[in-house]
Design a protein around this ligand. Structure first.
Ligand SMILES: O=C1O[C@H](COP(=O)(O)O)[C@@H](O)[C@H](O)[C@H]1O
Length: 264
């Protein structure tokens, strides 16, 4: 059995999106209280579409804690591919198409931190530059050990990877850098940068969003077996229920024995 985390399962993505919205708004309020901003790291893949469904609902009325205020958001990328920002493989482009371009004016505009495309041919330099971008927001690396994200919104690949941290890859042993390059990603494109595991697991809150039948085998492995604990997603799970939550739909957890939580 995997580490105790919060596993939420919903009938479908529409129902999931409503709870994800509540959860993100709770994290937003906590960030605003803590430091007057909301610093979030966002993945690519299937996540941006679900996130847009959660955040772009028209019912942004009611108490302040129920309103998305993007003007105080700082959006970073949990991982990014070494491609131009308008390339179809770009996680920035995906987020822009699915969410950023659709934010209505009254919700404000977030500050977004894309990669510097000057360094597409040198992923080590690209990672270093992105780390410096983090330092400008979170303070210099010699004054804080790790950047503290209010929330990391993560995906889970069918092999158990998250961000661009892949099973059995040496990058999982990185203990110093905040952002690391990868040149041999088993999932194309090969060249990417990613937040390191210590940065991911340092987050105040960490949410995985995994939907669809294509995820059920890997979720069973991660959540129901000891073997799954050494996969990248399993390593994040080690932080436990205080920090880690999984938002899934019923197809993704079909056959998974791990206990579900009733509500947020
Ligand atoms: O390559 C990537 O894959 C993961 C998982 O994507 P999904 O489509 O299976 O949800 C994603 O989280 C990561 O950001 C991306 O670069």
């Amino acid at each position: 059995m995997g580490k105790q985390v919060n596993l939420y399962s919903f009938a479908d993505i529409d129902v999931l999106a409503k709870s994800l919205r509540t959860y993100v708004l709770q994290c937003q309020s906590a960030g605003f209280e803590r430091h007057g901003a909301f610093k979030v790291a966002v993945s690519g893949g299937s996540l941006p579409k679900t996130l847009a469904k959660a955040l772009l609902e028209p019912n942004d009325t009611g108490g302040a804690d129920r309103v998305v205020d993007f003007s105080k958001w700082e959006v970073f990328f949990a991982d990014e591919r070494a491609v131009p920002l308008d390339h179809e493989d770009s996680n920035y482009r995906l987020l822009k198409d699915e969410l950023l371009d659709k934010i209505p004016g009254h919700l404000g505009q977030p500050t977004v931190h894309p990669i510097d495309v000057k360094y597409l041919d040198d992923v080590q330099e690209m990672a270093d530059q992105y780390q410096e971008e983090l330092m400008r927001s979170f303070a210099a690396k010699d004054s804080v050990k790790l950047p503290l994200f209010d929330l990391l919104l993560l995906g889970c690949g069918p092999d158990g990877h998250t961000c661009s941290l892949f099973p059995n890859h040496e990058l999982l042993r990185e203990s110093d850098a905040w952002v690391v390059p990868i040149e041999d990603s088993p999932k194309p494109p090969a060249k990417r940068i990613t937040l390191s595991l210590p940065v991911v697991t340092h987050g105040v809150k960490i949410a995985f969003i995994a939907t669809g039948a294509g995820k059920k085998d890997i979720l069973k492995l991660i959540l129901d077996t000891d073997e799954g604990r050494s996969l990248p997603c399993g390593l994040v799970n080690e932080k436990g229920a205080e920090r880690v939550s999984w938002f899934t739909d019923s197809s993704a957890v079909k056959g998974v024995g791990f206990p579900r939580r009733g509500s947020l």
